[in-house]
Design a protein around this ligand. Structure first.
Ligand SMILES: *Cc1c(COP(=O)(O)O)cnc(C)c1O
Length: 400
């Protein structure tokens, strides 16, 4: 196993200065139970064997790498490749950790999965895992998001989940997190909280990274097989940071591979117009762990904005804050406009409609390619864009 991955995080869940677990006292014993269970299961042949079986026979792994020939020609310079997480069952990388969380719940003897969801992508993936394992599923979602993302609400209900509407405050993600956590505290004896990215209190940032690592391990092998070399540049979009940590995990010990995280710059670099936490954030804490956060003038989490609702978070996974501080990963950004352009170009020139989140990584590749003639760029195409087509075409048309 990778030297880096073995050494991070420490026993308390710290990646350098970031991470840890700041828990309300009633949750401390439950998180101790999760840590102990994961310590044991991550070394258990039965757990890993079943996870491998699920990845192959239910999720459809390994997902391929595609060479984006037409886009590489358009960009001029580096050759661009995409890891096709859009071809994972349910259409995004999120199922990689949701299936593992479901399996963890099963091994722990829990009967229910609880989580919040913003745009509904995490809720759908977790509801899928719950259906597979015969677990109950309770998803908290703001009423504003429920109206905006009605098809995902329908999907979750078809999959057998209970969707709890949250009517407090702005009726979006933050309120949904509070509501889901409240419900989890009341049911933690029988339920597991299913966190949707490499965020939250220890051990979730580590577990979710471990569950997403399959993306990076497959990619390294596939890229070598395709080209005989390692990629020069590896890039992924960063919301909470799970698809990026998954891909980076495969290359983190390869010093010759440059790693780039791409944050959403929204409509401008003014606070409130973007969600570029690592670019503009400060050291702080959010949702029970230490990381970089975007704060408003009162020291509260700032409002964030991006076309890609899956990147809409004023915090970021603690491991990314650490990797930024060590310089191993460079964090940059793509704004709404160039990401939308990348969305249209990949659709029209390659026959792949990407999620708006993934379009941020692609926008970076298109912009950067001309600076690296003869080199290669591998991006994580974290999800498919079916969920975005109505919004994009109704708001912006079909692109010129
Ligand atoms: C949720 C989501 C993301 C953002 O989450 P990360 O944890 O940053 O990976 C990116 N792409 C897609 C398709 C998503 O659904």
């Amino acid at each position: 196993m990778s030297d880096y991955l073995k050494s991070m995080p420490d026993r308390e869940g710290f990646f350098g200065n970031y991470g840890g677990a700041m828990l309300p006292p009633p949750l401390e014993p439950h998180f101790a139970e999760i840590r102990a269970a994961y310590d044991k299961l991550s070394k258990s042949g039965d757990f890993l064997h079943e996870l491998r079986y699920i990845r192959k026979h239910f999720q459809g792994r390994p997902t391929p790498i595609s060479y984006l020939k037409n886009l590489s020609e358009l960009a001029g310079g580096a050759q661009i490749y995409a890891k096709r997480e859009d071809l994972n069952h349910t259409g995004a990388h999120k199922l990689n950790h949701c299936m593992a969380e479901g399996l963890l719940a099963k091994f722990m003897g829990k009967t229910k999965l609880i989580a919040e969801t913003g745009a509904g992508q995490h809720g759908v993936a977790l509801a899928t895992a719950a259906a597979y394992f015969g677990l109950e599923c309770e998803i908290h979602m703001g009423e504003v998001d429920m109206a905006k993302e009605a098809p995902n609400v329908t999907r979750m209900k078809l999959l057998g989940a209970t969707v709890v509407p949250v009517g407090e405050g702005a009726k979006t993600l933050k309120e949904a997190v509070d509501s889901a956590f409240g419900s989890y505290i009341a049911q933690a004896d029988t339920a597991l909280f299913g966190i949707g990215s490499v965020v939250g209190p220890h051990p979730f940032p580590m577990m979710v990274r471990d569950f997403q690592k399959v993306v990076g391990l497959e990619s390294r092998e596939q890229f070598m097989e395709m080209t005989g070399e390692l990629p020069d540049i590896v890039a992924a979009c960063v919301g909470g940071g799970s698809n990026a940590m998954g891909l980076f995990s495969g290359f983190i010990d390869d010093e010759g591979v440059a790693l780039y995280g791409v944050e959403p710059m929204g409509t401008s670099s003014k606070l409130g117009d973007h969600a570029a936490t690592l670019t503009y954030g400060v050291d702080g804490a959010i949702h029970g762990f230490a990381t970089k956060v975007l704060l408003d003038e009162n020291g509260e989490p700032a409002p964030v904005n991006t076309l890609a609702s899956g990147l809409d978070y004023p915090g970021v996974g603690p491991e990314h804050a650490h990797l930024q501080s060590t310089g191993r990963v460079t964090y940059t950004s793509a704004d709404d406009k160039e990401s939308l352009n990348a969305f249209y170009e990949l659709s029209r020139r390659e026959g792949i409609i990407p999620a708006l989140e993934s379009a941020h990584a692609l926008a970076f590749a298109l912009r950067e390619a001309k600076n690296h003639p003869g080199k290669s760029i591998l991006i994580n195409l974290s999800g498919r864009g079916d969920k975005d087509i109505d919004f994009v075409t109704e708001t912006y048309g079909f692109g010129e």
